[in-house]
Write a protein that binds this ligand. Structure first.
Ligand code: NDP
Length: 212
């Protein structure tokens, strides 16, 4: 079967890796940051985005499925076994998987079925905390594209790994290294703005971490 690697994409507060509040994002108005997320997850062909059912629910209906990417939603309420292809083309409805493992098995078979050229799609795990936690437990997870939100927000949902936070360090963190801006830009295939970005009064910075 085709090899498959996972890249997690997340925006989290620098202080405590906060990612969510009341079922939504803790911040508003990070327009350029959301555009970055869209470009990076769309670049190339046949990319997939995997998300938990609550993250799917948090996306306004008119924006979902996320366009130009195969959307895979994970819920225990979906039938177990291999997910089925969505009816009505790639942008019509999400693929429903009963576990992250089932989602990966489905994508592996799909990639194997494609030609080597079109089968080069990237697989992104886009949240939330429960699905990130499941992904961090898998050897396929190689990389985290982290938008480190320097401004602080009150959160009730947290990324389960402390990458470069100013507080707690976990035993797992030494297995993760932050890549340079040049390496990050090369991987995503676009130039990156230097240093801290400010949008709508919120400060943030684009980072890439890899498991070593
Ligand atoms: P998730 O999006 O991770 O979804 C959780 C749901 O996924 C569960 O209720 C369950 O669905 C399903 N699920 C979880 N684990 C499994 C499993 N092992 N097998 C099968 N299904 C499973 O929810 P969270 O609450 O963790 O995160 C949502 C929050 O995160 C929101 O506030 C959202 O805005 C935020 N977020 C922030 C991001 C950021 O970058 N800042 C990115 C993405 C989300 P069911 O109940 O249907 O069985």
């Amino acid at each position: 079967l085709a090899p498959l690697e996972l890249t997690l994409v997340v925006a989290a507060t620098a202080r405590d890796m906060g990612i969510g509040a009341n079922g939504g994002l803790p911040w508003t108005g990070l327009r350029k940051e959301m555009a970055y997320f869209a470009r990076v997850t769309k670049r190339g062909d046949n990319n997939a985005v995997i998300m938990g059912r609550k993250t799917w629910d948090s996306i306004p209906p008119k924006f979902r499925p996320l366009r130009g990417r195969l959307n895979v939603v994970i819920s225990r309420s979906f039938a177990s076994g291999l997910p089925k292809d969505p009816a009505g083309g790639p942008d019509a409805s999400p693929v429903e998987a009963s576990s992250l493992e089932a989602a990966l098995e489905y994508l592996r078979q799909k990639k194997t079925a494609m030609t080597s050229e079109s089968g080069s799609g990237r697989v992104f795990v886009i949240g939330g905390a429960q699905i990130y936690a499941a992904a961090l437990g898998l050897a396929e997870t190689r990389r985290v594209l982290l938008t480190r939100v320097v401004s602080d927000f009150s959160c009730d949902t947290f990324f389960p790994l402390a990458l470069g936070t100013t507080t707690e360090k976990t035993a797992d963190v030494p297995k993760w290294v932050q890549r340079s801006r040049a390496e990050h830009a090369a991987w995503i295939g676009e130039e990156l703005p230097e240093g801290t970005q400010t949008e709508n009064g919120t400060e943030y910075e684009y980072q890439m971490w890899e498991r070593v």
